[in-house]
Design a binder for this molecule. Sequence first.
Ligand code: GRF
Length: 225
Amino acid sequence: MPTKQALSIVVLISGSGSNLQAIIDAIESQQLNAEIKAVISNQPEAYGLIRASKAGIKTHTLNHRDYNDRESFDQALIKLIDQHQPDYVVLAGFMRILTENFVTHYQYRMLNIHPSLLPEFRGLNTHQRAIDAGRSEHGVSIHFVTNELDSGPMVIQAMVKVETSDTAETLADKVHQQEHIIYPMVIQWLAEQRLKFINEHLVFDQQSLRKPLIWDNAHLMNPNS
Ligand code: GRF
């Protein structure tokens, strides 16, 4: 039987790269039919670069400090990514605000993972902010990237319970566990074309995604059905 062509992706990171590792592992265990063409970090010391090298994936460091402004950095980044001609760009802890030109260039082709139940807690320190706000539920969102920070068509949210004993660290751990399940899963949906844009509308299994899918207690729920 001919194997379907793998989805090609470039993954952008700035740090530990545990989500990158989850994607690598899912590819290796054949749960994800994708090929990581390259991993790019803006931080030379990002541990994710080591993870990628260990997996035999091409890595690049593009240090934003070597550029005068955001626009010239993002243009260099576009050039680097496009050398690999990926189907999708996957942001996995890439801690940079992207320019409008960059986002427009990858419109409908760039995913981000954000550690909160968006639209709540855009930006940084989401776990501590969820605790400070007294939330009993927190979580993670995967969305396509638009020009508004941590915004754009939402694919899925995973929930975690916030216990009174939770600290930002324990909550981050719980959120990470969910991230490592749902990011490879969403990328596999792209590979299978279960998830795609049709006429600028996000569609999952032939159904318009007006509300994000929900991953709760290892169950997938579709509030659009
Ligand atoms: C994750 O919590 C992700 O949601 C956020 O940055 C963190 C990256 O973690 N965007 P890692 O580098 O994948 O371990």
